[in-house]
Design a protein. Structure first.
Length: 135
């Protein structure tokens, strides 16, 4: 690959197989659970890698096959979020999404520092949840 002037790659998520999660649906729930889900994610990853190699992509990626959504990757490890209790919320006034519910305070073991790259990123929400009110 060192002789390639401009190696090709992908950025971001590639479509997940329909047997893993419903395609083109935001926060689409997994179609498996437990050990079956882990194996299905591994299989999807192998399929994604094989498709990229077959397409001639020089720098292949995982295609984000093992994560549901970039937000869930973060919040699935927080206490106070219940993935079994889902709600439908309107996002950016364009589409509806089935999202997990906030049912309790997010405990902080240490102080957290959040970096916001731009004030436009901060959008107040008008949707309350089971623990934090709308603002």
């Amino acid at each position: 690959m060192s002789n390639i002037l401009l190696p090709t790659s992908t950025a971001g998520s590639l479509p997940k197989p329909s047997w893993l999660a419903e395609p083109e649906k935001l926060w689409s729930p997994w179609k498996f659970e437990g050990e079956e889900l882990l194996q299905a994610k591994r299989d999807a990853l192998l399929v994604s890698l094989a498709e990229q190699i077959a397409a001639g992509i020089d720098i292949v990626s995982d295609g984000e096959q093992t994560r549901q959504h970039f937000v869930t990757t973060f919040i699935e490890h927080l206490e106070g979020v219940d993935f079994s209790k889902r709600e439908i919320v309107r996002i950016r006034n364009r589409y509806d999404a089935s999202v997990p519910s906030v049912v309790g305070q997010f405990p902080a073991r240490n102080r957290c520092l959040w970096t916001m790259p731009n004030s436009c990123v901060r959008i107040p929400t008008n949707q309350s949840n089971g623990h934090y009110p709308a603002r």
